[in-house]
Design a protein around this ligand. Structure first.
Ligand SMILES: [Zn+2]
Length: 217
């Protein structure tokens, strides 16, 4: 967490440090107030989400002054009033898919709004997830959106399928030039070993919880 205070007038058209796809004014409240608080660490994670999906990300709601938040019926201790929560809409991407990715990169506060079509993320320190269903009802205490990488299956040479594809996509994102074909062959094996060496893990070419974690770093 690293909350910074900005002025819409003075800094609005500048990009957020570490999040070049986002201008500071995008986090402003639409009540006309000038002060904007932004957790720039969380904004960096938002940037990661933006880059991962490679689609425009619209912030439905960022900073909310406490008075405004009360008026719109927000929780009084809402992370939005501290600049530590963003509601984000990514065109053409299912909220659950966004929520799963947010979970995989270690975001602890996630609300998946399937009817309103946005995902709330915040920088709370311990995990709390909730889901709005298609009827608009919210259920609290969702255990996972499927993005808990420490629970991903262990993969090794010879493994096949969708998780191997996921692994290969992450390796490509990390700069290894390999085919994404869902088959864990020699090429993938060598890339995994290079990655493990780089991050000082046991170099065994087997993808377990620790290797999955660095893949999503
Ligand atoms: Zn929110």
């Amino acid at each position: 967490m690293n909350v910074k205070k900005y002025s819409k007038k003075k800094h609005g058209n500048k990009t957020v440090p570490g999040a070049p796809h986002f201008k500071i004014k995008e986090f402003a409240c639409n009540d006309g107030s000038d002060a904007i608080y932004i957790d720039v660490d969380l904004a960096k994670k938002l940037e990661k989400i933006r880059v991962h999906f490679n689609k425009p990300a619209h912030i439905n709601s960022g900073y909310r002054p406490p008075n405004y938040n009360l008026k719109v019926g927000g929780a009084s201790n809402s992370y939005h009033t501290k600049g530590r929560a963003f509601d984000v809409y990514i065109a053409g991407i299912n909220p659950k898919t966004v929520a799963a990715y947010a979970e995989s990169i270690g975001i602890k506060g996630i609300g998946c709004y399937n009817r309103s079509i946005f995902v709330h993320i915040d920088s709370r320190p311990s995990k709390y997830f909730w889901t709005e269903n298609s009827a608009g009802r919210i259920s609290y205490g969702t255990s996972t959106f499927g993005g808990d990488v420490s629970k991903y299956p262990t993969l090794r040479k010879g493994s096949q399928g969708s998780y191997v594809k996921k692994l290969q996509q992450r390796l490509v994102k990390k700069g290894y030039k390999i085919k994404v074909d869902g088959k864990f062959g020699t090429e993938t094996y060598n890339a995994v070993k290079k990655l493990q060496k780089k991050y000082k893990l046991v170099v065994d070419g087997i993808v377990g919880a620790k290797t999955w974690k660095v893949l999503y770093k």
